[in-house]
Design a protein around this ligand. Structure first.
Ligand SMILES: [Fe+2]
Length: 273
């Protein structure tokens, strides 16, 4: 009798694991198919729907029910209108980044294109007049890595100085100069004074740029901020100033991402499907 009970338990566990696995695959598929939706939202909708349907009588149906509910949310999010301000700036920024990065640093260019894509997704948390600034800043945030611009060794500062010379507003230059916790890196590398040429604005626009950068892998694919920070540590090693700076700016980076995630959640109420 006892043996039988164990067998039943085991079968249930195996089933549950299979269902969990199908749901995980579903999440990756939806993230891939719907580039316009931030993966952190897809994840949250999956979790919520899984919790809601977890007690379904036929467990095999759970992934289907979850998929139906999450697809309804994804469609609602995608069809939500969010206009851009329609200035020349994002086009200029894209062309500039392409010219500086595409041939010389193709991986950096792929990352840049991914960050710009993510910036367009999250632009809805900003007032219309700031959305183009975000997308433009995303395109040019890493141009300081290009050999033509590299000067101080701090890519964010080199990029910002180039943009200032090109006539861009101090606001965009400041966003680029200070993106993703650059001031902590500047402190550690003796570049703080140089970086102070540019203002570090706080608020949604800045958070949204950090979010876009921190949730995009070096190849331009969606990632979580936790994995992104772990990847930075692995790739650069413990002595790199960017890694050492994480002790100072790591929490700030996480907080910026979380603030934008919360705002995204608020801008869109998923359908109860
Ligand atoms: Fe970046």
């Amino acid at each position: 009798m006892l043996r039988k009970a164990e067998d039943v338990l085991t079968t249930t566990d195996v089933r549950r694991r299979q269902v969990d696995e199908r749901i995980r695959r579903l999440e990756s598929r939806l993230v891939r198919e719907h580039d316009e939706v931030p993966p952190s939202l897809v994840h949250e909708w999956i979790e919520r729907a899984s919790a809601r349907f977890g007690d379904a009588r036929v467990r095999d149906f759970v992934p289907l029910l979850v998929e139906r509910a999450v697809r309804a949310s994804v469609l609602g999010f995608s069809s939500d209108q969010h206009e851009m301000s329609g200035t020349w700036l994002p086009d200029w920024a894209r062309n500039t980044a392409r010219r500086l990065l595409a041939d010389e640093l193709p991986r950096r260019w792929a990352h840049t294109a991914g960050v710009a894509r993510r910036a367009r997704q999250v632009a809805r948390v900003l007032p219309v007049e700031e959305r183009d600034l975000l997308v433009a800043a995303a395109w040019v945030h890493d141009i300081g890595y290009a050999a033509e611009l590299a000067d101080t060794g701090l890519h964010s500062l080199d990029g910002a100085r180039y943009l200032l010379r090109a006539g861009l507003s101090r606001r965009v230059c400041g966003l680029v100069a200070h993106h993703s916790g650059a001031s902590a890196v500047a402190e550690l590398t003796g570049m703080a004074e140089g970086l102070a040429e540019f203002g570090d604005e706080r608020g949604r626009l800045r958070d949204a740029l950090w979010y876009a950068d921190m949730t995009t892998s070096p190849d331009g694919h969606p990632t979580t901020v936790e994995e992104r920070l772990a990847e930075i540590r692995r790739r650069r090693g413990p002595d790199d100033p960017v890694v050492r700076a994480l002790a100072i700016n790591g929490d700030e980076r996480l907080a910026a991402v979380r603030r934008i995630h919360r705002l995204l959640r608020r801008t869109y109420k998923p359908a109860r499907g």
